[in-house]
Design a protein around this ligand. Structure first.
Ligand SMILES: [Zn+2]
Length: 259
């Protein structure tokens, strides 16, 4: 996508990550509503007298003024909209946020905005910051993310014979992007994951429900919660073609909380 922008442009971003660059600079990776993922230079940020202060820390929501250059564009001004203070003071909330940020970084491409990705990320970080993002809410948000990036699978019809699925356990193929009915499983181009009827019902419910407060308060059997978590993580790993490092961080923290 060719995005026209003037030599100096302004945009709101979420900071995804930063890395040292040359002696006193940092390379900032951010996601913006207007331009998708951006890689930008913050000059002099590593000097103690830097005008940027802590405004470009990972997770911050920031308004930026940027100068276009032939190489990496340069941040000239930053205004912090929120730093998500509760997240920074709670390891469990931080681990969920870093997981989300890793998904956004992995699913987005430079200068190719994905509709609703910025607003979904702000919504997610606010929910986590308010400590309102339980496991099922996170699955709901993953489903939204899969939907806006075009990876939402077929869960209503057999992807081979197109028959409407009858209520029983089904077989899911990541590679084929959907579910096979029992009689068509030998047409899959990859190995199949068995998805129980209860898990499938929950997937469909998450797909149609618009009100997150209903999802937050839903009582779900823990075995179905475990199954749907495995389903989403396996599918996301397949889409990203890699492990999700920060997911291991979430698991290590939740395991410690149980000890
Ligand atoms: Zn079929």
């Amino acid at each position: 996508m060719n995005i026209n922008r003037s030599r100096i442009y302004k945009t709101d971003v979420i900071i995804l990550k930063q890395a040292p660059f040359l002696e006193k600079d940092r390379l900032i990776t951010a996601y913006s509503d207007d331009y998708g993922k951006l890689k930008l230079i913050a000059k002099g940020i590593r000097s103690p007298k830097s005008k940027f202060g802590g405004s470009l820390e990972t997770l911050n929501s920031v308004s930026l003024t940027i100068i276009k250059r032939n190489s990496l564009d340069l941040i000239t001004e930053s205004y912090t909209n929120t730093t998500y203070l509760n997240i920074r003071n709670n390891l469990s909330l931080l681990s969920k946020s870093m997981y989300w940020i890793e998904l956004i970084d992995s699913l987005s491409v430079e200068n190719e905005p994905i509709e609703k990705m910025f607003s979904l990320t702000e919504f997610t970080l606010n929910l986590i910051n308010e400590n309102q993002c339980n496991d099922l809410s996170l699955r709901y948000l993953e489903l939204k993310l899969i939907t806006i990036t075009g990876y939402f699978p077929e869960i209503f019809k057999c992807i081979y014979c197109r028959d409407t699925l009858i209520p029983k356990d089904h077989y899911f193929s990541f590679k084929d992007g959907g579910v096979f009915c029992e009689k068509c499983t030998n047409h899959s181009s990859s190995s199949l994951l068995k998805v129980t009827l209860d898990c499938m019902k929950l997937l469909r419910y998450l797909n149609r429900e618009k009100d997150i407060t209903k999802i937050q308060n839903l009582e779900i059997d823990k075995f179905i919660l475990i199954e749907i978590e495995k389903f989403f993580i396996s599918y996301l790993k397949y889409i990203l073609e890699k492990d999700i490092k920060s997911y291991e961080f979430i698991k290590s923290i939740s395991n410690k909380e149980f000890q």
